[in-house]
Design a protein around this ligand. Structure first.
Ligand SMILES: [Ca+2]
Length: 293
């Protein structure tokens, strides 16, 4: 009886491995899997295999938009006892955005009341398979230790042991729960400490919304005639920060045709106005526009 069951299991495994459209995605049990506080990942973590909307490239500058553009195909809970996640997914069609050749990602998340842990990674060869493809995308599966594009969090595979570590992020609602408990003036536009900084801006800069503080400095300097603004915003707070420029305080413009992002890391967002101050443009204005996703 046992032998018969074993044979059946082997037979099933062979069929699965031969299927051209089967994605096996997992992480090795060996090595540490930690949250941003160096604590072991727990059962609250969910890992998802999926793709982003066609044309959307996740990067450090657009973290606040990831969830809005994310399309999971398969999910797997993290198992803290086995120290792994593992999923097997059958690709049955190539309906948008799961187009043949689309970049596949692994997006791991743990959502808490006052903050979340996220990790986002892929290998450059992890491309969504064509349902008519003869060969499987990777007969050995998509193993986290082979990730070579890690946009958020850490995958450290070059040394021993393997390390996978998530990063802290926080939505406005989570920040609200942590910082504005019992405060009725808790909407984004409210200013309960009356310091001139709305709750939204306090969230952007990570300042205390119930304690009046001086405005956070966002220095503007001229570099070769171009205005450059430095915004020390919290990169782990999920808010869209757009720098807008204007010549008349009426018409505001943004985007790569009008501004250039010089720096966008944990320290600051630094953006340059592409239009120089000169005789034709005697005055220029630059401002931050913050919106919640
Ligand atoms: Ca305030």
């Amino acid at each position: 009886m046992i032998r018969s069951l074993l044979a059946a299991a082997i037979s099933w495994a062979c069929i699965t491995a031969a299927n051209a459209n089967t994605l096996s995605w997992f992480c090795d049990p060996a090595g540490d899997k930690l949250d941003s506080n160096d604590q072991p990942m727990d059962a609250g973590y969910e890992f998802q295999l999926g793709v982003f909307d066609t044309g959307f490239e996740p990067d450090a500058a657009n973290i606040a938009s990831w969830l809005a553009h994310w399309n999971p195909a398969d999910s797997a809970q993290y198992d803290p006892v086995q120290k792994r996640y593992a999923g097997v997914y059958e690709v049955e069609d190539n309906a948008a955005p799961f187009l043949s050749g689309a970049k596949a990602w692994i997006f791991g998340r743990r959502t808490g009341a006052t903050g979340s842990e996220w990790i986002l990674f892929r290998n450059s060869n992890w491309l969504w398979p064509d349902v008519f493809e003869i060969n499987p995308p990777d007969p050995f599966g998509w193993n986290a230790k082979n990730a070579n594009e890690v946009v958020l969090g850490t995958i450290y595979a070059s040394g021993s042991p393997f390390l996978m570590q998530s990063a802290f992020v926080r939505s406005y609602a989570q920040w609200q729960a942590a910082e504005l408990t019992g405060e009725p003036l808790n909407a984004a536009a409210d200013d309960p400490d009356r310091d001139g900084m709305s709750n939204l801006l306090e969230f952007v800069f990570g300042t205390a919304p119930k304690t009046a503080n001086a405005p956070v400095a966002t220095p503007v300097v001229l570099q070769s005639g171009h205005a450059v603004i430095t915004i020390p915003r919290r990169i782990d707070h999920l808010v869209n920060c757009t720098v807008e420029v204007s010549g008349n305080l009426v018409n505001w413009q943004s985007g790569p045709a009008h501004t250039e992002v010089l720096q966008n890391d944990a320290a600051a967002l630094v953006v340059r106005d592409l239009t120089p101050v000169n005789a034709a443009n005697p005055q220029r204005f630059i401002r931050l526009k913050a919106t919640l996703p």
